[in-house]
Design a protein around this ligand. Structure first.
Ligand code: GDP
Length: 326
């Protein structure tokens, strides 16, 4: 990737899209379109944008996502939005020659009972976790579509599977947030109100592989430069942490001294999700930020008065006179 290469981040509003854009600008890439991209749910607007901007590198981070509660309440919305956006982006990218595209998938694509840590050979070997199956099915479709464009048209499309990503700019809401931002917000509220106890969803036993978004963005840039293969590749921290351990760590970071109550009427989801990140380590990449530091940075961001104002209603390509930078 040259500093002048035209680069498109599809999905600036997603956590990873946001961190990727920041990382690209920090690394002085000058021709990055992110905030002003097209409405990717609209095929003609997507095609027009690709024809006009002519990106050479595309990071496909677009698609709605949410925590376990959001997945249970909005399975159709999540699945449909992801299917449409990935179909539009991959199609538009394959129509232009020599685009290198990196598709961001999700660790929920692995079978619910996959052996741990989960290696890419296990994809497609068993049933998905029911709480996230519709979203995960859309993500698997993206993987198969990338492989298919590679086979049929020789497109240089790769699939990258990140672990449970979190960080500044996350969705901290109760309804849609993943466990880390939702719990930070809840524990912070309990501390502010002097509540004697705070609720943690589920048994606390599920184990997750938590990856700091800044590290994830760094790994994605690394892979865009170094990796070209039909086989997907995982990005994880290499470590599993239980929801209970995480909850106590968040309480410490926030400075909450009350009790944690595990509400087993809430779903646990997949029992364990740890990615096998050995192939990425062999290529020479490892995460830098310890979990505690990453939680502290995320909490500090959450405390800023502007937290929650990120990225809403930004102008898009074709609207309000937004044009493509040259
Ligand atoms: P998942 O990896 O797709 O299951 O994503 P989540 O981040 O939503 O949930 C991870 C685990 O954290 C599940 O076992 C949840 O039950 C548990 N959890 C505990 N408290 C919360 C919470 O406040 N919000 C969410 N989303 N999950 C929570």
């Amino acid at each position: 990737m040259k500093h002048s290469s035209p680069i498109y981040v599809a999905g600036y509003r997603t956590l990873l899209g946001y961190h990727l854009t920041q990382a690209l600008r920090r690394h002085r890439f000058r021709n990055v379109v992110a905030e002003s991209g097209p409405d990717l749910a609209d095929a003609s607007s997507t095609n027009a944008f690709f024809a006009e901007f002519g990106p050479e590198y595309v990071f496909m981070a677009e698609g709605l996502s949410g925590g376990i509660g959001f997945n249970l309440q909005h399975p159709a919305t999540l699945m449909q939005n992801n299917l449409v956006c990935l179909s539009n982006v991959l199609h538009a990218a394959h129509c232009k020659n020599n685009i290198r595209l990196l598709y961001l998938a999700s660790s929920c694509m692995y079978p619910r009972d996959a052996a741990q840590p989960m290696a890419v050979d296990m994809l497609g070997t068993g049933p998905l976790e029911p709480t996230s199956a519709p979203y995960a099915t859309a993500k698997v479709t993206g993987l198969v579509l990338c492989e298919s464009y590679r086979r049929e048209f020789g497109c240089d499309f790769i699939t990258v599977i990140p672990a449970n990503t979190f960080g500044p700019g996350d969705d901290f809401s109760e309804e849609a947030g993943h466990v880390i931002p939702a719990m930070i917000a809840r524990v912070h509220k309990a501390k502010s109100q002097d509540d004697p106890e705070v609720v943690v969803w589920g048994s606390g036993k599920p184990v997750r592989d938590f990856l700091y978004a800044a590290d994830a963005a760094d790994a994605v840039l690394f892979l865009m430069r170094k990796y070209s293969d039909v086989r997907p590749i995982n990005i994880g921290s290499g470590t599993g942490v239980s929801v209970a351990e995480l909850a106590y760590l968040i309480a410490e970071v926030v400075g909450y001294r009350g009790k944690l109550r595990f509400d087993t009427s809430r779903p646990d989801g997949q029992p364990v999700k740890i990615l096998d990140s050995a192939p990425l380590a062999r290529l020479g990449w490892k995460p830098k930020t310890p979990l505690r530091t990453a939680l502290e940075e995320t909490y500090n961001w959450f405390l800023q008065p502007s937290a929650g104002e990120r990225d809403v209603s930004l102008p898009r390509y074709g609207e309000r006179g937004v044009s493509i930078p040259r």
